[in-house]
Design a protein. Structure first.
Length: 531
């Protein structure tokens, strides 16, 4: 639009330009990793625009949608003030990055809702092993991670090569979406308990957990496709140097048994897409799934299924673990503890400052001491607390209330609940509010994020699963957690479709700078305040 009208600059145009420029000059929040940080709190404490009073008003709603080429399973990421150097719209933009199962990565103008760039990285794999617990195409499933210091987006693409399925790690330039380094073909090997070598095979491994960048490295977890070919699939944690994409010298495999009576190994890392988390010392936390249906292979060394595991950053050492006392039942009944990830709480006051939570399919959330997770005993769990939250294909979130006390947000079953973190004399979680049941027909549980202005105006955002084969919409919810008793709904509205109802919509809403971004089937939706 021209700024001049009959030789003069119109007042409305001047105001529009001033506001547009101010949008770039104002401090903005970047969201460069899954659930906002490496603790995986899901908390944006710098949201000054969206408040309960305006989100509950008619002025809040869907602003626009952007058509994409396939299903989105990953959380979008946001970086302000990026200089786009290619395509039709070069220049400075606030950018949302979103990836699809067609192996395509998009850079979308976060304010205008138009595609700035797109890059396809190969041909996706169609229905791997016949598993229906994903889209028909499997390309880029996991949430990428962005290094803002180097303007690099890291992702893993799954492609159908002439020689078979393959995974590659890419380091893309934020401004052009071109590879900054040659993509790294993922290969790895690990020694089994009898001294033989087990090779990573991309045909049998699914890369679902979000990527982690920590200590100059990129990490990725691997599980299976529907537990199919369980004789060939095991849980892997693999890493690369972020500057070179060279593989780390060591990796971890969580079932290293050489043989099994049922020929089932697994101990997958899948966590419903939740990413590996870290503590202040750079140690890495993951949660593993099931192994042998006999329920008798666990030994905590060569077979570490149904466990939260703390690892050294160089992937050489299992430092600590917690395994529920009923791990044998969890294995036998396919009740993965690893259907959710590990939330590392920010340091808390008191004698035990390092707290961790995790929950799984059986609906129990565990509160653990990060300095002594609890180990394993068949006679009982040496944890700080066990809390029923509902079956959890989900992960916890965290924020700090106006009283300065931490809150854990759970989303098992079909409800959001808020638990206050009490630390004196010993850490305990106290439920303070819960929501009404939200929509959903897939496996129980869903994902949340929190926005607030410091400790003020908190809002819990959630995305429901589709309800049924007849109703494949997903819905965005906003809740006010400042209440006691029943948590009021500030907003609910359709946010996209999900026709692949056999595959879980493990979606996470992204909230940044006055807008909410939701990926779904062939679409990115942008919510905000209507002018």
């Amino acid at each position: 639009m021209s700024l001049r009208r009959h030789g003069r600059i119109s007042a409305p145009a001047v105001i529009a330009v001033i506001l547009y420029c101010a949008n770039f000059l104002a401090a903005q929040t970047a969201v460069v990793t899954y659930h906002y940080d490496n603790n995986r709190t899901g908390w944006n404490s710098d949201e000054t625009i969206l408040k309960p009073v305006n989100v509950s008003s008619p002025s809040f709603g869907m602003l626009t949608t952007i058509a994409l080429d396939d299903q989105v399973d990953a959380q979008p990421l946001y970086v302000p003030n990026i200089t786009i150097t290619a395509g039709k719209f070069p220049g400075l933009h606030n950018v949302v990055y979103v990836v699809t199962e067609n192996d395509t990565v998009y850079a979308v103008d976060a304010d205008r809702g138009r595609i700035l760039l797109s890059q396809n990285l190969g041909t996706p794999v169609v229905s791997p092993l016949g598993c229906n617990n994903n889209a028909p195409n499997v390309g880029i499933t996991s949430t990428p991670v962005i290094d803002p210091a180097s303007n690099t987006l890291y992702l893993i693409a799954y492609t159908q090569d002439e020689t078979g399925p393959a995974y590659r790690v890419h380091a893309l330039d934020l401004g052009s979406l071109t590879d900054k380094l040659p993509p790294q073909l993922i290969s790895a090997s690990h020694t089994l308990s009898n001294g033989t070598t087990f090779e990573f095979d991309a045909t049998y491994q699914r890369q679902r957990p979000a990527l982690l960048e920590a200590g100059g490295n990129i990490y990725a977890g691997f599980g299976s496709f529907c537990d199919y070919s369980a004789s060939r699939s095991r849980g892997w944690l693999v890493g690369w140097n972020a500057a070179t994409l060279a593989p780390l010298p060591s990796n971890e495999v969580f079932d290293t048994l050489a043989s099994d009576q049922d020929s089932r190994f697994l101990a997958s890392i899948w966590m419903s897409g939740y990413g590996p988390s870290t503590d202040d010392d750079g140690n890495i936390y993951v949660v593993t799934g099931n192994s042998d249906y006999s329920g008798n292979t666990y030994d905590g060394v060569n077979s570490i299924q149904e466990s939260i595991i703390k690892l050294s950053s160089d992937l050489t050492t299992v430092l600590d673990l917690f395994t529920p006392s009923n791990q044998s039942t969890l294995d036998q009944e396919d009740l993965d503890f690893g259907s959710g990830g590990a939330l590392v709480l920010p340091d808390q006051p008191g004698l035990l400052p390092h707290l961790v939570t995790a929950a799984g399919k059986d609906g129990n959330m565990y509160l653990m001491n990060g300095d002594n997770l609890g180990g394993y005993s068949p006679d009982g769990n040496a944890v700080l607390g066990t809390y029923p939250i509902g079956a959890c294909w989900c992960g916890q979130s965290y924020f700090q209330g106006r009283d300065g006390t931490g809150r854990v947000v759970t989303s098992g079953g079909a409800q959001v609940s808020v638990w206050r973190v009490a630390t004196n004399p010993e850490p305990v979680l106290k439920q303070v509010t819960t929501s009404a049941r939200i929509r959903g027909g897939q496996n129980p549980g869903f994902f949340t994020t929190i926005s607030s202005n410091g400790e003020n105006s908190p809002i819990i955002w959630a995305l429901s699963h589709p309800s049924s084969r007849q109703s494949d919409s997903i819905f965005l919810y906003a809740f006010n957690p400042q209440s006691t008793g029943s948590m009021p709904i500030l907003f609910q509205g359709a946010a996209g479709s999900w026709p692949n109802v056999e595959g879980n919509s493990n979606l996470v809403p992204l909230v940044a700078n006055g807008k909410v971004y939701v990926g779904s089937y062939q679409q990115l939706a942008i919510f905000g305040l209507k002018k």
